[in-house]
Design a protein. Structure first.
Length: 277
């Protein structure tokens, strides 16, 4: 079991959200051996959980307040890290209990540098709404090249993360948040010949992300390792079998509210799979 309490103040923290990634796509692509880097990082795979919201903005507001996806079995379920507030009933002796208006504010108070790498429009500071979430961090990065319209988003996001981490002293602890753009529609650009969004196109996008993942993991290991959470903020419907005719998200459907979740720990050299960059 990963102890966020023990790592606090000693190791970097990584929050990687695989935007709009369905649990079944993550599960099946991993089981098929098509994600060698995530497979090495997650020997037990992803856990299915229920997200607190059905679209990016609301889900990340919850995450940043310490409310991550909840196990699908009946609770109560204690949270691994949380912000203190009156009336909370989901913290326990193993919870990293923090003071602050957001997890980033609490980590910053402990000396962490907080960095945001956005991918979807809710992290585009070009509008007042898009600036809300990035403003919670000391620094944020967003561009067309790291957004959902770029087939090179994963490569570009992980390269920027590497550059920022390598620019900091190793003793400077970092709270690194990456809103991975690739898995959010449109994903048909990742599968040659695809004419519509589907589970197959999202799987292809996830495979592209996996291919570039060691760029991020290697630099975190070089800084002494990290702990963190990798999860989706919500799923999405493609109008296929099991989607009941629904398309998109921001709706109450099992394919939307069931998401992949994993707590991770990085130490030492990572894996044997080199990225294609």
């Amino acid at each position: 079991m990963i102890s966020f309490q023990e790592a606090f103040g000693k190791r970097d923290f990584l929050l990687l959200t695989l935007d709009a990634l369905r649990y079944d796509v993550a599960r099946d692509t991993l089981a098929a051996g098509r994600l060698p880097n995530l497979g090495a990082l997650l020997p037990n795979g992803f856990e299915p959980r229920h997200t607190p919201a059905t679209f990016t903005f609301a889900a990340h507001q919850a995450f940043f307040a310490g409310f991550f996806p909840t196990p699908i079995s009946p609770g109560p379920h204690l949270r691994p890290l949380a912000l203190r507030f009156a009336g909370s009933r989901t913290t326990g002796p193993d919870t990293l209990l923090l003071e602050g208006s957001s997890l980033m504010a609490a980590y910053q108070q402990a000396g962490y540098r907080t960095i945001c790498l956005g991918g979807t429009g809710f992290f585009n500071p070009g509008s007042p709404l898009g600036a809300v979430l990035p403003s919670l961090f000391e620094e944020s990065h967003y561009s067309r090249e790291t957004s959902v319209v770029s087939p090179l988003a994963s490569r570009n996001q992980f390269r920027i993360a590497r550059e920022r981490l390598q620019s900091l002293p190793k003793e400077q602890r970092v709270f690194l948040f990456i809103n991975a753009a690739a898995t959010h529609p449109p994903t048909k650009m990742f599968l040659k010949g695809a004419s519509r969004e589907s589970c197959e196109t999202q799987a292809a996008a996830l495979m592209d992300l996996d291919r570039h993942l060691p760029v991020l993991l290697d630099v975190l290991c070089a800084r002494g390792g990290a702990v963190g959470i990798i999860c989706s903020d919500h799923g999405t419907c493609f109008g296929e079998d099991g989607d009941d005719g629904y398309i998109g998200h921001r709706l109450a459907h099992p394919q939307v509210w069931t998401v992949p979740y994993a707590e991770v720990e990085l130490a030492g050299n990572f894996g044997t799979y080199g990225p294609v960059v």
